[in-house]
Design a protein around this ligand. Structure first.
Ligand code: SF4
Length: 465
């Protein structure tokens, strides 16, 4: 019987089965950032331990870095302390760091692939939920908490529960104005935000096969929002072409050898899955979230549900509508937005910026909207400058920022104020996620955010391009 990629990678990295039923898994790459690592390093220091595999550990700064004024020391003493701790820890433990002034700096899930650190068949861990992004390369990638960051630093291993595999097959062409973000929002809406609990999601089908690596990363990034700890795409020619020539990817003959092995880790044609779901891409429209989790979404031309027709617990729907100040049955199109945010590890790659720039070119941001573009990495920012995308955004009235997590989570100066409504290309619309306890987030594709910035309200991007 054939095996899935998850089973193959899991077996290859198994150190031993634990009496608890968990597996002790070797971790091929540990990505570290400033927020979830300080206590983990302190724990090592207290016990006199070293980092087990500095050669398999790479750090950067993203969550708390300001995206405007980056001179040190930062005005925010907590942020300054976190960055200084990471710098000190990397020096003391001999780890590679893409720091604030490094050309390789950026959001951890953007720079891992960009540098070629992320490779097929690997196990990857990082102290951030959206580590599932790296699964786009056919790796098995887990978001972990601070105590597990300590465990991986100390032992390069993790104790994990085995996962079932659900294959999600996406078929057919993507209609104009519909993007990878809409596909994953549709998947989460259909299967629910807890539907993936206990599963790894394998994304397959001709739609996924045609997607670029950037698009696959958007899909895998949000697996965790559907409850799946892991999401992956089987590696193929698109994956290998992306990796070739990247700084940390194998080079020359080693690349050919690696490619031969990477092909073998893909799921076998006769692999057996614990569950199968099919999504028809041609039936999708641009999607917008109306509620307080990424599953509470509708097509842009639909109306906000009422508590009894949303297919969810009525009380939860009522609560979400109340928080979002929305009336059941009202159209989502036309809802005024105060802020437009193009950024995050979901949708701040070069191709995302290109699509958004196509929408804003020759137009201007509505007077009442604060609009910002935050590239996912310094390298993407530089490439966007070279291509003239940054100029397009600036001319249209967007603020052009330095790389970081920015308004995805409000752990830095970029925050919503009061109950502002934000059209966001990020991945979470939880209450207070963007830094204001009453801020309201509408998740959508970067092109839809760009369209909302121009119109000053939620609008169907298909009307603009
Ligand atoms: S952009 Fe958002 S989701 Fe991604 S790593 Fe930063 S805070 Fe986490």
């Amino acid at each position: 019987m054939g095996q899935t990629l998850l089973q193959k990678v899991w077996d290859l990295h198994t150190v031993r089965r634990l009496p608890t039923g968990q597996t002790q898994l070797f971790i091929g790459l540990h990505l570290v950032h400033e927020v979830t690592s300080p206590q983990a390093f302190d724990a090592l220091r207290q016990r006199g331990w070293r980092v087990a595999r500095p050669d398999r550990t790479f750090a950067t700064v993203d969550h708390i870095v300001p995206t405007t004024e980056r001179r040190r020391p930062f005005l925010d003493v907590v942020a300054e302390d976190m960055i200084a701790s990471l710098e000190r820890n990397c020096r003391e433990f001999g780890l590679r760091l893409a720091g604030i002034d490094d050309d390789r700096q950026g959001i951890v899930h953007v720079i891992g692939p960009e540098l070629g650190l992320t490779q097929p068949g690997m196990t990857i861990a990082c102290g951030d939920s959206h580590t599932s992004t790296h699964g786009a390369f056919g790796s098995v990638a887990f978001g972990i908490g601070t105590s597990q960051v300590r465990d991986v630093l100390a032992s390069q291993c993790l104790a994990l529960e085995p996962l079932k595999v659900r294959r999600i097959t996406v078929t057919g062409p993507l209609p104009a104005g519909v993007y990878a973000k809409d596909v994953i929002l549709a998947i989460i809406h259909r299967l629910g935000v807890r539907g993936g609990t206990g599963f790894a999601y394998e994304y397959a089908g001709d739609t996924i096969a045609r997607m670029s690596m950037d698009e696959r990363m958007t899909i895998c990034n949000m697996s965790i929002e559907g409850g799946a700890r892991v999401g992956y795409v089987n590696p193929d020619e698109t994956t290998f072409a992306y990796l070739k020539g990247r700084p940390f990817a194998p080079a020359g003959e080693a690349f050919e050898r690696a490619t031969a092995w990477w092909r073998l880790v893909a799921s076998d044609a006769d692999a057996v899955y614990d569950d199968e779901v099919v999504i028809r891409a041609e039936e999708l429209s641009p999607i917008v979230t109306w509620g307080v989790n990424p599953g509470q979404s509708i097509a842009v031309d639909e109306r906000v549900p009422s508590p009894t027709d949303a297919g969810e617990e009525p009380q939860a729907v009522e609560d979400a509508l109340h928080y979002m100040q929305l009336t059941p049955g009202s159209p989502i199109a036309g809802l005024k937005v105060d802020v437009a945010f193009i950024g995050s590890c979901t949708n701040a790659r070069l191709s995302d910026l290109r699509e958004a720039a196509r929408v804003v070119k020759g137009r201007h941001v509505a007077p009442h909207v604060k609009a910002l573009v935050v590239p996912g990495s310094a390298a993407i920012g530089q490439a966007a400058e070279r291509e003239g995308l940054a100029e397009t955004f600036r001319d249209a009235g967007f603020e052009w920022r330095g790389a970081g997590c920015s308004m995805c989570l409000g752990m830095n100066p970029d925050k919503l104020q009061g109950d502002q409504v934000c059209a966001a290309s990020s991945n979470r619309n939880f209450k207070g996620r963007q830094g204001s306890p009453t801020g309201r987030t509408l998740l959508m594709s970067p092109a839809m955010v760009a369209a909302a910035a121009i119109a000053g309200e939620v609008v169907d991007v298909r009307e603009l391009v």
